[in-house]
Design a protein. Structure first.
Length: 350
């Protein structure tokens, strides 16, 4: 039985149904990447760009049978492939807000000794900063791994992770393109012989960003707001200092990465403006998890998760009293920053 009747095609992917009534011109405006689909499938030779006022189904039906045969075009297969392509690209580029990650809920498991964790559930939301605190080796990395893999009780901690209050399907758990977590480690060492501009542009191209020049400008500008010393488009990434490398990766992750969760490991050692870095990430609606030993950063977070013996021992909201203490710590940090800057500039301090 053919997958179409009366010049109306049916879809294999029901998620694409709302797209079928739009004209090719409307689809091009919303999803400019479909131009690549038309070119790769040689539909430009069949006049697709001359008939942009038609729906895709009407365009296919306008192709004479002999022309379709000469082009080895299976209209039904092309129709379904076209809308499958849009749906897949929307998911890849994180353009479909209905499939976006709005919240992550962590359900308790056990600590290293097998004792139940001391919380009922933790829900993380976009534009929220969560500090992860605990001794070295306490299990901070294991918590991140559970979130990244969307654990289903199948990890050493026996925790479960829900995405948008639902058990995530296998595609989300093991997707290479749409990882839940983007990790920014303490050490950023580039090995590619690229300039900063080439590095950013490559990432923008991989994300199919339409205005790559604007992406390069935005990432570089944001990175230089974080770095202690500015760098330029032509600066080789292998020549960047540790702070410059971290600032570039934080800006790149905030602006170009589709991962809804960002983990920063010990940002206090990054050599960058820590507060501006966190503000940039949450402004892009990321869930920010930071493992830190810095009391000012721990109190700057909305909440902090306390890890002991491999388990979550407590979840603490930052209190008004702690926020007042934070203001005092920030004044102390400002004094230290000014002293550090003066010493770097070769000035005497008193």
């Amino acid at each position: 039985m053919p997958p179409y009747t009366d010049n109306t095609y049916t879809l294999n992917n029901l998620h694409a149904v709302p797209l079928t009534g739009q004209s090719i011109a409307e689809l091009l405006k919303t999803y400019p990447f479909i131009e690549d689909f038309f070119t790769e499938n040689r539909l430009h030779d069949l006049g697709v760009f001359d008939k942009k006022g038609l729906t895709f189904a009407a365009f296919l039906n306008s192709i004479p049978p002999q022309a379709a045969e000469d082009a080895a075009l299976d209209k039904a297969e092309m129709y379904n492939s076209f809308f499958d392509f849009i749906v897949q690209m929307k998911e890849f580029l994180d353009l479909d807000d209905s499939s976006a990650v709005h919240s992550i809920r962590i359900l308790p498991g056990t600590d290293k000794s097998g004792a139940p964790e001391a919380f009922s559930e933790i829900t993380l939301y976009r534009s929220e900063i969560i500090a992860i605190v605990g001794p070295t080796g306490s299990g901070k990395s294991r918590l991140l791994a559970d979130i990244e893999w969307a654990a289903r009780g199948d990890t050493p901690t026996k925790r479960s992770v829900l995405v948008n209050d639902k058990t995530p399907d296998r595609a989300l758990r093991f997707s290479a393109n749409n990882s839940l977590v983007a990790q920014l480690s303490q050490n950023m060492n580039f090995v590619m012989d690229l300039s900063a501009e080439e590095f950013i542009r490559l990432h923008a191209e991989s994300r199919l960003v339409e205005d790559k020049d604007e992406a390069v400008r935005a990432v570089l500008e944001a990175a230089n707001r974080l770095a202690g010393e500015s760098f330029y488009m032509h600066t080789p990434v292998t020549a960047l200092s540790g702070g410059q490398s971290r600032s570039l990766m934080i800006a790149d992750t905030a602006i170009l990465s589709s991962s809804p969760i960002v983990l920063i490991d010990e940002i206090e050692n990054a050599g960058i403006d820590r507060k501006k870095a966190l503000e940039l990430l949450v402004s892009k609606e990321k869930i920010v998890l930071m493992a830190t030993h810095d009391p000012a950063l721990a109190l700057y977070a909305d909440r902090r998760i306390v890890i002991k013996n491999g388990g979550i021992a407590a979840v603490l909201e930052t209190s008004a009293e702690e926020k007042a203490l934070l203001a005092e710590l920030e004044r102390m940090d400002e004094k230290i920053f000014k002293l550090r800057t003066a010493l770097r500039n070769g000035e005497r301090v008193g």
